[in-house]
Design a protein. Structure first.
Ligand SMILES: Cc1cc2nc3c(=O)[nH]c(=O)nc-3n(C[C@H](O)[C@H](O)[C@H](O)COP(=O)(O)OP(=O)(O)OC[C@H]3O[C@@H](n4cnc5c(N)ncnc54)[C@H](O)[C@@H]3O)c2cc1C
Length: 235
């Protein structure tokens, strides 16, 4: 069974009506031992109507050279039990968690052309990868951060995203793609970019799979790493 650990909120930054940044600290002052791109599973202490514990995953978006304090971003889903609880955790609020989890998070220093692609809330995992040592210590030729998002759901505003990225990240390497309200996503605007050897793709499982298929048609040898936050099974 996964080891239970405890943390508390030491600061919270309201981003908008749906979203909050939570700065947290491990209570027993031990290191988390996480790598950029990994996540924790938080036990909210709540139960569903059929008696199941409401445990939800949240990615650590802060730097992995700081292991006792960490930052999460929570987007509140309408009528979502777990996210509503997390969204309203006060300063001093404690929670238990297991982890870190996430085998797909980079282990070794990154090299070559790397795309870090987020759809919707997957930007937290993408931030974790970009803020991680594997990127910092890597020999990357070309790095792109691509965020596919719908205009309906506001999560992290772009000016806040800039502040959450490391100072050595060139913001010209950030590409924002807006999901059309009708019709399907086009990735044509990415065609002029040097294609990646490796891509980390996190967020909406349906969009992740779509992007993965597109990349495979452009470069059959690309290595893909997925982290599906929701729509984990094809719909
Ligand atoms: C590996 C991993 C990392 C994650 N990291 C984060 C994170 O850093 N920040 C964060 O806010 N969430 C993250 N999530 C999602 C989070 O774990 C919860 O699923 C989410 O907060 C909703 O929980 P809920 O109990 O409120 O709603 P639920 O009752 O679990 O879900 C209600 C409905 O909303 C859908 N849904 C779930 N998440 C989303 C979403 N983001 N956008 C749109 N629809 C959604 C579900 O498919 C379901 O149909 C992550 C999930 C995974 C698997």
């Amino acid at each position: 069974m996964a080891q239970r650990r405890y943390a508390k909120v030491i600061n919270r930054i309201e981003l908008n009506e749906q979203s909050v940044l939570l700065d947290c600290e491990v209570i027993d002052n031990t290191d988390l031992n996480f790598r950029g791109g990994q996540y924790l599973i938080i036990d909210t202490g709540l139960t569903t109507q059929d008696g199941k514990a409401v445990k939800r995953a949240y990615s650590i978006l802060s730097r992995d050279d700081e292991q006792r304090q960490f930052r999460l971003a929570v987007y509140q889903i309408q009528n979502g039990k777990g996210s509503c609880h997390m969204r309203h955790l006060p300063i001093g609020g404690e929670f238990d968690f297991s982890g870190p989890w996430g085998r797909e998070a980079p282990e070794k220093p990154l090299s070559g052309n790397v795309w870090v692609i987020a759809s919707e809330t997957g930007i937290t995992s993408a931030l974790g990868v970009i803020n991680g040592k594997a990127r910092k210590l890597g020999q990357i030729n070309d790095l792109k951060l691509i965020w596919i998002k719908s205009s309906k759901a506001e999560f992290i505003p772009i000016q806040v995203l800039r502040e959450l990225l490391p100072p050595d990240f060139n913001f010209e390497d950030f590409v924002e793609l807006n999901l059309p309200e009708q019709g399907s996503l086009s990735l044509k605007s990415l065609a002029h970019l040097p294609y990646p050897d490796r891509a980390y793709i996190a967020g909406d499982g349906n969009l992740n799979r779509f992007v993965g298929e597109y990349l495979r048609t452009q470069n059959t040898t690309v290595t893909l790493h997925f982290e599906h936050f929701f729509n984990r099974v094809s719909s």
